[in-house]
Write a protein that binds this ligand. Sequence first.
Ligand SMILES: *Cc1c(COP(=O)(O)O)cnc(C)c1O
Length: 464
Amino acid sequence: MPLHEKSTVLDSILDDIYSSKDLFIVMPKYKIPNKEQLAIHAYQVVHDELMLDGNSRQNLATFCQTWVEDEVHKLMDECIDKNMIDKDEYPQTAGIESRCVHMLADLWHAPDADNPMGCSTTGSSEAAMLGGMALKWAWREKMKQQGKPTDKPNLICGPVQVCWHKFARYWDVELREIPMEGDRLIMTPEEVIKRCDENTIGVVPTLGVTFTCQYEPVKAVHKALDRLQQETGLDIPIHVDGASGGFLAPFCDPDLEWDFRLPRVKSINASGHKFGLSPLGVGWVIWRDATVLHKDLIFNVNYLGGNMPTFALNFSRPGGQVVAQYYNFLRLGREGYRKIHQACYNSARYLAKKIDKIGIFKIIYDGYGGIPALSWSLKKDVNPGFNLYDLSDRIRSRGWQIAAYAMPANREDLVIMRILVRHGFSRDLADLLVNDIQHCVDFFEKRPVVNGSNADESSNFNHG
Ligand SMILES: *Cc1c(COP(=O)(O)O)cnc(C)c1O
């Protein structure tokens, strides 16, 4: 360092955030401090603590996006002050939401996609609440007109994501969840029909079941419901939980009929922040047309200026996620979505082969007939010196988070591991992961777990 720069160097040393005396003190954790801090110091403390969170890109348990382009970061920043509900003040953001609804109605083959009915939400959970409520209101209206009681609604589904359990409990609907039996891990038309009666508000097949990643057979269920109607007169609608599949099937499996091409499908939800490739905080629900959404569910609000119809559980909500969704639609088009998702399918199938080769694992889902993912259990006849909770724990030492969890009723005996292959998980990373799994297996061979695992069986299952 030249001498004449000494003073500036000294200044920058004093500026060093870790040399400041604030950082010798402990910041309060559970009470708001009395005194203020400099922004850079408070920032550094928070930033450093966040370093201890897992590395999201290595979190193979989540369905949610963990890689986004720089342009998305920019748009999110530009929208940080925009309130989605304030459609009068931010008419362009509102317009962009409406265009996304049009695009999705078209993507999912709504019969009148020029006049779509739908909205953005904070995710599929809120979207499921809205879809479920619309089913309940429509059913109640129908029953009232027939002079029948409306106190015992039920909803039929396969092994669903927890949001449907919440819907059922919060809105007082009996959930008739079809349990798994043997190798049947999803709903079948026969099991659905067994549970139908005049109090059934709808059937919810999942396109991409959380536990196993498979698509439930929407079309076969649809046909069975048609037959049921011919025989009994019961006319039961379908809502598809397309949290994952809604953004996959249209691009990678366009001939699969699961959407509004099937007349009984009245509404669909999907997570923009999963395979919609948008940042966390956006979901969608679309109805086939205006007639299936009871007018009592729509509120007209005028306190922000203008008169706005809304159907949502939240009021204020950030606009950036919706804007980022629109950006992705423009940026990627059908071609881009297909390319990205196809690459993920290919990597999932490749990983399934590699993991099968290790020899001790039974592949349960290999990336065909569902979402870009794979799952496996331990083979019955092997004794590798560990269980999948141990493996999940051990692989974490390399930063990988891979969920190990037990199946729901009636297959609680079956413990599996599941990997979601998402945008940003390259073939290269996949190879490194297989090496790491092999190292873990070798490690346990030398040092088997003696007294079984201490892993908390419920703690590391990521539902979303
Ligand atoms: C993730 C998921 C949900 C919940 O969606 P969020 O966007 O996380 O609220 C609902 N259903 C299925 C099938 C899911 O995979």
